[in-house]
Design a protein around this ligand. Sequence first.
Ligand SMILES: Nc1ncnc2c1ncn2[C@@H]1O[C@H](COP(=O)(O)OP(=O)(O)OP(=O)(O)O)[C@@H](O)[C@H]1O
Length: 264
Amino acid sequence: MANQEAMLTMTNVSKTFYPGSPNQVNALQDVNLTVNKGDFITLVGGNGAGKSTLLNAISGNFLPDTGDIVVNGNNVTYLKEDKRAPYISRVFQDPKMGTAPRMTVQENLSLAYRRGDKRTLRFGTSTIEKAFFKEELKKLGLGLENRMEAEIGLLSGGQRQSIALLMATLKKPDILLLDEHTAALDPKTAKLVLELTDQQVTENNLTSIMITHNLQDAIQYGNRMLVLHHGQIVKDYDAEAKKALTPEAIFAELQALSIQDILI
Ligand SMILES: Nc1ncnc2c1ncn2[C@@H]1O[C@H](COP(=O)(O)OP(=O)(O)OP(=O)(O)O)[C@@H](O)[C@H]1O
């Protein structure tokens, strides 16, 4: 059960790309959002709704035109992406983006474990760390604890994405951002990685925002669901409201707001 302490606050956050030109895009429009500690939010919306831009704003990919972003009491609005890295982890759609292909599973995990730490891999991985990584890999249930010396590039997309997820959560981040992280996987593997995600988030009480194009998954997972449209949060369902939701009910509610291009 999530408590009610804020982990992320976005206040009046706006971002316009190509302002004043014919290509102007109001990607985020006056977004106000409070995410409580332990919230697992699913984020849906049509193509170009601003979902990735919202995650980009949180992770510091760009400076917002207006507004403030506070993570766990730290105002990060003007912090560059690398300076926010100790607070924020992100898993992308492409499994290749979260892992170093020529390095072994163990080396990748060591790197992730040293995030924000001055030590480098030159100091090697200690026996205690190795045992810890092995235990964590075992929990994934994919037999990867027996492939710690394998180069990541030789693993399948699903195995790689599972490790990317583990890397993102090995050092508990204040916020875990999941940017359609199962979209590039086949349906069976996507389900597996989603289950792993749910397990990691729930067991570690992580605060997370997950983008998905799958409405059923958005309803099934997490304790809150946001719908973004034209850079604005147009629906915010809490756990109670979510329980009773169906994709059809969401479509009907959005149609009542004259929103047609909501998903897929
Ligand atoms: N760096 C950028 N430069 C210019 N325009 C951008 C940039 N990033 C996003 N946009 C534009 O902002 C709008 C929102 O894009 P965004 O990627 O956030 O949408 P999305 O909801 O994630 O869509 P999708 O589901 O298709 O990935 C789009 O019109 C996009 O072209």
